[in-house]
Design a protein around this ligand. Sequence first.
Ligand code: GLV
Ligand code: GLV
Length: 321
Amino acid sequence: GKYRVVSTKPMPGTRWINLLIDQDCRVEICTQKKTILSIEDIIALIGDKCDGVIGQLTEDWGETLFSALSRAGGKAFSNMAVGYNNVDVNAANKYGVAVGNTPGVLTETTAELAASLSLAAARRIVEADEFMRAGLYDGWLPNLFVGNLLKGQTVGVIGAGPYGEFLKANGEKPVTWRRAASMDEVLQQADVISLHPVLDKTTYHLVNKERLALMKKEAILINCSRGPVVDEVALVEHLKQNPMFRVGLDVFEDEPYMKPGLADMKNAVVVPHIASASKWTREGMASLAALNVLGKIKGYPLWGDPNRVEPFLNENAPPPA
Ligand code: GLV
Ligand code: GLV
C-alpha cells in the first residue's frame, strides 16, 4: 500500500479494512491490551509516516497528537464515534488535519438502548433480576416490583429528532425540545426525558440540581449522550431524595467511574457506554471512519464532518422549521 492508515483499536467486521486495502492503503491496527491508550502510545503508533488515523472517543485528540500526525504527513483523523468532544477541531484545523465522525449509523441502535433503559427503569428489571438470582422469590404477590406503564406517556427528547420518532412507534408521545420552545417546560411535562445533545460548553451540566427539581417526582431520566451533560453528584442526591424518580445511564461524568453513591441506588439502571453497540451499527461506524480517512487521502470531502454540525445551543441560530 502506498498510504499508511493506523487504527488505534481493533474494530468490528472486516469491511472497513477491505475498503482501505482496496484503495492502496496499508492498515495497521494497534493490539495493545490496555483499554485506553495514552498520548505517548498514540504518538508511537503514528511514527514517522502516517497518512491517516482512526481513533476512539477515549483518546485525547488535541494539539499534541495533531501536530504529531501532521509531522508524519497525516491528512485525516476520524473518530469512530458520532460524538467528538474528545477532539479539538480547532487544533486539527491549525495543523491541516481533517476531522471526521460517524453520524447517522448510530440513530436506531441508540434509540433502542434509550428505549431499553426506559423500560428497564420503569419496570425495575435490574432490581427484579437481582432479586431472582439472590433466591429471594418465594411466590407471586400483588405488590411485588410494581412499576410504571409507559404507554401513552409523554417523552421529552432533548437534543435530536430521530429518537422521538422511535418512541412514537412504541406508543409513547414524544415532545421534542427545540430552541423555539422552552426546555424547562418539556422537563416539567415529560414522564420520560431522553438526553441526546452533543457535549460542548453550552451543554455541560445541562441537567443540574435546579432542572432535576423541575421534573416530575416519578419521571425517568435517560442519558445516552455524554456523562458531563448531567451533574452526576446532584443526580445521586436527587435519586436519594426521590425514590420514585428513576434514571437509566449509559454514560458517566468521570467515565469509566461512577460518582460515589450511584452504584447503591436501586432507582438507577447503569450500563457501560453501549448505546451504539449493535453489530450493524459498530460495523457501520468502522466503515464510515475508514471512508472518512480514505476520502480525505483521495482528495474528497469527509462523509461525517463535525464542522457541518450546528452548535446545540446557538442563541443566534433560527429555530428549525
Ligand atoms: C458514542 O458515544 C458515540 O459518540 O459514537
Ligand atoms: C399474573 O400473572 C396474572 O395472571 O394476573
